[in-house]
Design a protein around this ligand. Sequence first.
Ligand SMILES: Cc1cc2nc3c(=O)[nH]c(=O)nc-3n(C[C@H](O)[C@H](O)[C@H](O)COP(=O)(O)OP(=O)(O)OC[C@H]3O[C@@H](n4cnc5c(N)ncnc54)[C@H](O)[C@@H]3O)c2cc1C
Length: 392
Amino acid sequence: MVETAGNTTTVVIVGAGVAGLTLGNFLLRSGIGCIVVEKHSRAYVEKRQRAGTVDSRGVRMFREWGLEEVVKDGSSPKEIAGGIWIDGAMYPLGFGDGNTDAVFCPQQVLVRNLTDAFLEAGGDLRFEALDVSLKDIDSERPTVRYRDPDGTTRTVACDFVAGCDGFHGVSRASIPADALTHYSHEYKYSWVSVMAEVPADPFGMAIHDRGLAARFPRGAGASRLYLQCPAGDTPDQWPDERIWSELGARFGADVPTGRIVDKRIVPLRSVVFSPMSRGRLYLLGDSAHIVPPMSAKGIHLALYDTEMFARAIIAKVEEGDGSLLDSYSDACLSHVWNYQAYAVWITDLMHDAGDVSYEGAFRKEIARAELQRLNDSPAAGRLYDELTGGLL
Ligand SMILES: Cc1cc2nc3c(=O)[nH]c(=O)nc-3n(C[C@H](O)[C@H](O)[C@H](O)COP(=O)(O)OP(=O)(O)OC[C@H]3O[C@@H](n4cnc5c(N)ncnc54)[C@H](O)[C@@H]3O)c2cc1C
């Protein structure tokens, strides 16, 4: 196996997802050296379908950093009819003060645009970096090692490592397990998650005693469909005909059908690892925490961590001020727990209001009363902003 002489840089970013690429762009624009290493090919990363919305905070953040073009392909939820269906009756979305900046922008489109922006600005992005490993994270000069597809092993020495490699990456695994506290909450149900070639117009969620359902746009002519199902269900229990008939039953009317291109079961859970740093390694996004898709705040949290970390690195490099790096984990975790609280509340509310087989008829009536109160109050606008600003 060939071993090359090393590279050096200020920050090695592990993972070219939403967090890693956004961080790379922020650092590049601030004149701070960085190298992104990503284990998959560019084609794979740019096709990976997941979330579909950048919320108001995220859009404003990209604007402030001069990167608004990365969400240019998105469409405003205000431009598409949407609502919440309760027992088949549709309640249109109100958008409160009308100030939402959220856009429906499929995650793979955001990732493609961030990749283009990074490369056009001269960024160093290394796809198909295999067997990435982190060394000496407790020292002043950590290294990141990986293997090229041709077998060449490469080592990059750096000042800081940004672990942006998602829930199953290597960064968090490089921290001794006894140095991390793992918090997790399992919900009692899962979702059947479907990508289909059909427009989600109107988009929205259905609350019904058969369980929750949802349909959201994923670019022109495509949508992600969700159906609450018992934890432990498998995709083969959900043939295509059952998906269309359940959607129709829960929305209270036939829904347009199309080719189903992906179908999987997504267990709903909340997870947090604390602290979000160790030595010179900092965890960002899904590598440190995940929220259930009902809350649709995974991208929000990844972008929040990224901005906090970018500002901390800039302060350290430009002014020698390490205080923001020192407080990075506490500052992010405070935000994360706030959004975990929101995620548990909205997930319980939307599920309890429908299928009584989990929490019973009393909780159903409580959840319905809460939805009604939100709908009748000025807070409704806030709820709708949250729902459409982060949703799925
Ligand atoms: C099916 C699904 C649906 C979702 N729906 C929503 C939604 O509707 N709304 C929402 O806000 N969020 C949603 N999420 C969550 C959202 O996609 C994540 O929160 C978001 O992608 C987090 O970004 P990230 O950059 O932290 O991680 P990721 O996007 O996971 O990026 C991590 C990157 O690291 C790379 N990587 C992994 N391991 C290594 C390694 N060893 N070496 C190098 N690179 C590595 C990966 O290939 C990937 O490119 C969904 C997630 C899933 C799985």
